[in-house]
Write a protein that binds this ligand. Structure first.
Ligand SMILES: Nc1ccn([C@@H]2O[C@H](COP(=O)(O)OP(=O)(O)OP(=O)(O)O)[C@@H](O)[C@H]2O)c(=O)n1
Ligand SMILES: C[C@](O)(CO)[C@H](O)COP(=O)(O)O
Length: 276
């Protein structure tokens, strides 16, 4: 693991992995194929999970949530570099945690401190990528159990020419629209405005995959359109880039509330009993 506190990691000597060139942002030109990197924002507090250490550092089946997420990226075919964006006050704790965890040697892992919100953490992670990376995945540490096949399908879609690719699932609940009212007393019944047609809705997951230049541009111009975006693809959409969906996976759910940790433990237990 590279021991980074900020800035760019050492240039990696690994040759580009054999895939067709990603779509260039310059019309009519193709960029040379480069490496695929994953940025893992892991700097959140996990307040909805309840009091305790930051969510990414909490235990899931005897291993920190973050280690599961890093391993998930390392299992993907094309990921050559992982940038972990650690809680701002604990990059050294995260480095020690990753150094203590068996991780595959073929993937370079670097750690940088994160920021005040997810967008800022992603931006800091992107700033740490070396120049030979042309495809970037952004993956929530909190979606620790995403299967490798889902990651591979996102990368494949970017390598096939899509500037931005998002794994998604149909929405299974009926969804009502409300008019948020800051003056409504807490717990008071909330008036429904209408019912949304769920056939037209998708719940999106991570990793979200991007042609690097497209994502860099969206984060550089954050002040022009990043406000309120809860995912990177939302920022890219606002700049007019084409965003496409590929099938997500139910095991890529986000560990957000305490019950999600129980579900994640159950998924791990099922994997152990069904592993060949
Ligand atoms: N300042 C932040 C906030 C969030 N994240 C990361 O963004 C991902 C998605 O965020 P979420 O699951 O909502 O995590 P938290 O912000 O930690 O959750 P909460 O809102 O409950 O505190 C997580 O992997 C989280 O660590 C981050 O890197 N930097
Ligand atoms: C990026 C994301 O995982 C897509 O579903 C999600 O928006 C991040 O969660 P947050 O609670 O908005 O930080």
């Amino acid at each position: 693991m590279s021991d980074k506190s900020s800035g760019s990691p050492r240039p990696a000597p690994a040759p580009p992995r054999g895939a067709p060139a990603a779509e260039s942002t310059a019309p009519g030109r193709r960029s040379a194929p480069g490496r695929t990197a994953a940025v893992i924002p892991a700097a959140g507090r996990g307040e909805r999970l309840g009091p305790g250490t930051p969510k990414a550092l909490r235990d899931l089946g005897g291993v920190p949530v973050l280690v599961h997420a890093v391993r998930a990226m390392c299992r993907a075919e094309e990921v050559a570099l992982v940038v972990v964006v650690a809680p701002p006050d604990s990059p050294d704790t995260v480095r020690a945690m990753l150094a203590a965890a068996p991780l595959p040697d073929h993937v370079e892992v670097v750690v940088v401190p994160g920021g005040a919100d997810r967008q800022e953490s992603v931006r800091l992670g992107l700033a740490a990528l070396p120049g030979d990376v042309d495809v970037v995945l952004v993956h929530d540490a909190a979606r620790a159990l995403v299967p490798a096949a889902t990651v591979d399908s996102v990368v494949a879609a970017v390598r096939s020419g899509a500037p931005a690719v998002v794994p998604a699932l149909p929405v299974t609940d009926t969804v009502k629209r409300v008019a948020p009212d800051p003056d409504r007393p807490a717990g008071a019944p909330e008036p429904v405005v209408d019912t949304v047609d769920r056939a037209a809705l998708r719940a999106v997951q991570t990793p979200q995959g991007f042609v690097r230049a497209v994502l860099d541009d969206a984060h550089r111009r954050r002040t022009d359109g990043g406000e309120g975006a809860t995912d990177c693809a939302g920022m890219v959409e606002r700049l007019g880039h084409r965003v496409v969906l590929v099938p997500g996976h139910e095991e890529a759910f986000k560990i957000t509330r305490p019950l999600d940790l129980v579900l994640a433990e159950a998924v791990l237990a099922r994997r152990e009993t069904t592993a060949p």
